[in-house]
Design a protein. Structure first.
Length: 146
């Protein structure tokens, strides 16, 4: 099992804890894949994996679908990768907001997880020798906008 991460991501989270709703909109630069192994990263950027020349971005758009008191507990959304869009639910394992001591604004952090089959997005290289199941682990920190 290989572990990797994307090093260039951006996004916006809106959250209304009192109204119990929120949205997530994330964009990932697919070429920023980092396995800690240069040759593997080079291959992963090519046509039989992320095909970054033609599909440079991975996107996720979702809505907060479950709450645990005032804390979001799950996001139901869709991920688009390699021009294929599929549902992806993220479980929010932990969520906490504090007043940032230097910025004097609220900052919230969350840890979320989910999973999908890479073959569902057309990424079939190495199957079945290499696994099809991809585990997603996301850590996020967001600062309240002015």
């Amino acid at each position: 099992m290989w572990r990797g991460k994307f090093t260039r991501t951006s996004g916006k989270v809106t959250l209304d804890r009192a109204g119990k709703n929120g949205t997530v909109d994330i964009t990932i630069d697919a070429s920023s894949i980092d396995f800690g192994h240069a040759k593997m990263e080079e291959h992963a950027r090519k046509g039989d994996f992320f095909n970054v020349e033609f599909f440079p971005k991975i996107t996720y758009k979702g809505k907060v679908s479950k709450w645990n008191g005032e804390a979001p507990a799950a996001v139901e959304g869709e991920m688009t990768m390699l021009d294929v869009t599929k549902p992806l639910t993220l479980t929010i394992n932990s969520f906490k907001c504090i007043q940032h001591p230097m910025l004097k604004r609220e900052v919230c952090g969350a840890d979320a997880s989910g999973g999908f089959k890479r073959s569902d997005f057309g990424m079939k290289y190495g199957l079945p020798l290499h696994g099809d199941d991809v585990k997603v682990a996301i850590q996020i920190e967001a600062i309240r906008a002015d």
